[in-house]
Structure formats: structure tokens, C-alpha cells
Design a protein around this ligand. Structure first.
Ligand code: C2O
Ligand code: CU
Ligand code: CU
Length: 487
């Protein structure tokens, strides 16, 4: 049972508002911890394994094979998994603005699949809509131009009812777009560009990739206690005394991370889901919900060799949170960073302006509301469950609209839109602010319990049917999704 139901008390409501404000102001949120950091499962002092970077493919001629395989989760420990090209993360697909992508997908899985390019603006036919899922042993060729700015995107399966299981078993990879604007910034690259896919799993090799959600998981989303990075349990990374770029992707099932460094140093955030922010912003912590990306710099020049810094998920609490074994807000040690003796070089200062993001004109924009509601065994948007052949909303190409995402439940809902990015204008209730790292363009926004998030959206590229859905993967698979048709 989930005490509190839909009626959340004022006191608990303030609790999360305070957590958000403290995180923003750099205050301590440790006081809000609901578990003992010394014994909490997420902080586990197990043996750490080196974080490895995924292999790379060019989008101009890429071939992906989704098939059963074996994932190495630590030294001498591996798990049966489902993988793209035998790898976790799948190969990183790299593209430049202006290029044409040609990607071949072969389905070697025992069930239908389809690949979606999350955050990449592609025609509706190439977007991986669930109704285009292909059968086992079938293949599909995707062709689309890269029309957007540089940024950190990803790809993953999107077959209806099967998305959560396929991602959990290991099917996910990065899709990185570069452009001239970003080149000019001279950001850290090569060994100083770290891609980090975060997922929470069970610790044992036998259970880590097994998809067997419980009834409780189908309500809250599947939350587990041990952090994995790029498929490896409790990762560690050696860094030289220089500036690094971290592109972090939350590819978990349901977990929200509150990312920070354990030495209190700030993160210099330069980008999020839609690419570069207008300017870099220094923050103490970042809420990162499923599907979201965050792109930040850490300069290790100031730390002596041997320094160990932990990239953490800080504890936080939710109003009327369901009582589960590994609740949202569990403290976790995500990635250990060990400074080596090298480097010590001073990188050039970043320019004050990273990119320009013209604000969408809000005046006179028509408004639509989307109410996200969860009951014991249902997850609905505007009272409806997904029918992949039903059009739920129609929006004219080019029209700017004001959309309100209302969370009428005790669970976080990361709301994701295909076919267009959006701009976050306001958040009321709950954390009650728009965080500086939510500036620019976003394709996924976290709507915590009791929050209403207001965004401006304009589909200005392609007509056709694009999903809007909750990216909690159990919620998504159970129908918290609808079809928006751009006409
Ligand atoms: Cu990342 Cu519709 O998905
Ligand atoms: Cu998407
Ligand atoms: Cu949800």
C-alpha cells in the first residue's frame, strides 16, 4: 500500500521544496538523508572497476545489431545481457550538424524492437515510434539529416510494453552531435571527454540484468540499490590534473539522481538535453531524471595527485513517497575519481557566451494541459492510457504553444517529448523553481510530485506523429504516453 495516496500533506510538500532550494544554494542536503550513509546500499564500499569509454561509430554509415550477449560488469564477473553490437553502452554514434545519417538496425532479439534517437530531431518515420517495431530477424534502415546543434543525445529501444526490459537488459548508447559553434569553444576532448551512462541495478551478476519487475516496481518504477556506470558495477576513473568534460546520461529505469561532488566543489554545467546552455553555470548539485543528460566540466588541476573525489547522488526525500526497499533519494556513490600526477595544465577560460538560444515568444501562445496521474496499477496522461494508433493532440507546424505538465501523484514523472525540444518557463509547487541547468533547450523535464512545469514548445521541422511520455520506463510501458500529431 502507498499511504498518503494522492493527498500530499503541506509539511512533506515543504520538505522537498527545501531540498531543492538547499541544493541550489549549496546548503547541506545531508540533513535530509533518509538512510545511514555508512550502511545504505547505494554507497556500498564494494570493489570498484575501471570505467571504460564506449566504442564509436560514424552516423554516416553505422550498423547496429541488437542481440543477446554477455556484459562484463566487473573483473571476472559477467552477466547475460541484450546488447547493441555486443557492447554496453552500445557504440557511441557520432555525427556533425549538416551530415546525413545512414543507420542499419538488425533485430537479433527474441522479440520485436525499434530504435529511437532520443533528442535527435528526425522525421516521424525515422523516430522509432512503437508502431514501427520490427520482428525478430528483421532489419530497418534509418536515413535522416543532422539538422540540430551540438549536444549529448542517446538511442534506445522503444517497442510498446517492451522498452523497459530491453533497456534494462543492456540496450542503450550515446548519440553525440558536434558542430562548429562547439568546436570553437575548445572543450576537453579525447581522453578528457567522459561519457557516463548511469543505471541502478542489483549487485549480483545473476540479477543485475534480469528483468523481473515486482508489483511494487510497476507502481513506483524499478528502483535498485547499486550504481552502475557504462555497464560496470561501482566504477572508478583515473583523471589527470586538467579540465575534464563529463556528459552524463541517466539511462536508469526510474531513478532520479541528485548529482554532486563529495568535496563540495561545484559543477560547471555547460549543457543539458538540447545542447549547450547560453552560458556556463556553477551549481552544487543537479537533479537528473530518467532520459535527461547533463554536460559539465570539472577542473582537477587544483587537486594533488592521489586525491579521491566521489561523484555522488545526494540523498533527498519526496512528499508521501511510497515505502520501498530502495526509495527515490537513496544516497549513492556513482563514480570514484582518482587524480593522478599528470597534467597540471591550465585550460583557457571559457567564453562568457557558449551559445545563443533565442527565447520562444510566449505572447498569445495557446495553452494545453497534460495531467500525469498514477494509481496503484495505472499510469495515465489526461486520464488516458497509450493507444499507439490513436492521435491524442494535434498541433500546427510552426505554432508556439504553452504546455503545462501537472503531476497529480506521489511519484516523480520525467516528461519527455519526441520531435521537438522545448524551453522550461516555470515550475510551481514542489521545488518551485526552474534550475539554472534547465535553461536552453530540453527534451525531458522532471516533474516532481505536486509540481506544475510550464514549457514553451514549437515543432518547426517535421510533420507527423511524435510521442509525449513519462520516461519512467515502467510508467511508459504501462501506457503513460500519448501521440501528438504535428499537422
Ligand atoms: Cu528516450 Cu520516447 O524516449
Ligand atoms: Cu525521445
Ligand atoms: Cu511517470
Amino acid at each position: 500500500m502507498h499511504p498518503g495516496g494522492e493527498a500530499l500533506s503541506r509539511r512533506r510538500f515543504l520538505h522537498i521544496a527545501a531540498a531543492g532550494a538547499a541544493a541550489l544554494a549549496g546548503g547541506s542536503v545531508a540533513a535530509l538523508s533518509s538512510c545511514d550513509p555508512a550502511t545504505g546500499p547505494g554507497t556500498g564500499d564494494g570493489i570498484r572497476s575501471p570505467l571504460a569509454m564506449p566504442a564509436t561509430l560514424s552516423a554516416a554509415a553505422a550498423s547496429l545489431v541488437a542481440a543477446p550477449g554477455t556484459a562484463s560488469i566487473a573483473r571476472h564477473e559477467s552477466s547475460s545481457a541484450w546488447l547493441f553490437n555486443g557492447l554496453l553502452p552500445g557504440p557511441t554514434i557520432r555525427a556533425r550538424q549538416g551530415e546525413q545519417a545512414h543507420i542499419h538496425l538488425l533485430n537479433h532479439l527474441p522479440e520485436p524492437t525499434i530504435v529511437h534517437w532520443h533528442g535527435v530531431l528526425v522525421p516521424a518515420l525515422a523516430d522509432g515510434h512503437p508502431r514501427y517495431a520490427i520482428n525478430p530477424e528483421a532489419s530497418l534502415d534509418y536515413e535522416f539529416p543532422i539538422v540540430q546543434r551540438a549536444g549529448t543525445f542517446w538511442y534506445h529501444p522503444h517497442a510498446h510494453h517492451l522498452t523497459a526490459g530491453q533497456i534494462h537488459r543492456g540496450l542503450a548508447g550515446f548519440f553525440i552531435i558536434a558542430d562548429e559553434e562547439e568546436d570553437a569553444l575548445g572543450l576537453p576532448s579525447g581522453p578528457r571527454e567522459i561519457l557516463l551512462l548511469l543505471q541502478d541495478r542489483e549487485a549480483s551478476a545473476a540479477a543485475a540484468f534480469n528483468y523481473a519487475p515486482t508489483t511494487a516496481d510497476l507502481h513506483t518504477g524499478m528502483l535498485r540499490g547499486v550504481p552502475f556506470g557504462n555497464g560496470v558495477r561501482l566504477p572508478t576513473l583515473e583523471v589527470s590534473r586538467q579540465r575534464y568534460r563529463f556528459r552524463v546520461l541517466n539511462g536508469s529505469q526510474a531513478r532520479v539522481y541528485l548529482i554532486a561532488l563529495d568535496n563540495g566543489a561545484s559543477l560547471s554545467v555547460i549543457g543539458n538535453d538540447g545542447g549547450l546552455l547560453p552560458s556556463a553555470t556553477e551549481v552544487e548539485s543537479v537533479f537528473l531524471s530518467v532520459g535527461e543528460r547533463i554536460d559539465f566540466l570539472i577542473d582537477f588541476a587544483a587537486f594533488p595527485a592521489g586525491t579521491r573525489i566521489m561523484l555522488k547522488s545526494l540523498p533527498f526525500s519526496l512528499p508521501s513517497a511510497p515505502d520501498t526497499q530502495y526509495p527515490q533519494g537513496l544516497e549513492m556513490n556513482l563514480l570514484e575519481l582518482v587524480c593522478t600526477g599528470g597534467g597540471g595544465a591550465t585550460d583557457p577560460a571559457l567564453p562568457a557566451v557558449l551559445s545563443s538560444v533565442p527565447p520562444l515568444a510566449a505572447a498569445g501562445a495557446p495553452e494545453r494541459e497534460f495531467v500525469f496521474r498514477s494509481t496503484e496499477d495505472m499510469h495515465l496522461i489526461n486520464g488516458r492510457s497509450f493507444d499507439m494508433n490513436r492521435v491524442d493532440e494535434q498541433i500546427p507546424l510552426g505554432q508556439v504553444e504553452r504546455w503545462l505538465f501537472l503531476n497529480d501523484s506521489a511519484l516523480p514523472h520525467p516528461v519527455h517529448l519526441h520531435g521537438s525540444h522545448f524551453q522550461v518557463v516555470s515550475r510551481s509547487g514542489g521545488r518551485n523553481l526552474v534550475f539554472p541547468y534547465e535553461a536552453g533547450w530540453k527534451d525531458t523535464v522532471l516533474v516532481m510530485p505536486l509540481e506544475t512545469v510550464e514549457v514553451l514548445v514549437q515543432f518547426d521541422r517535421y510533420r507527423g506523429i511524435f510521442p509525449l511520455h513519462c520516461h519512467n520506463l515502467q510508467h511508459e510501458d504501462m501506457g503513460m504516453m500519448l501521440n501528438v500529431e504535428v499537422i
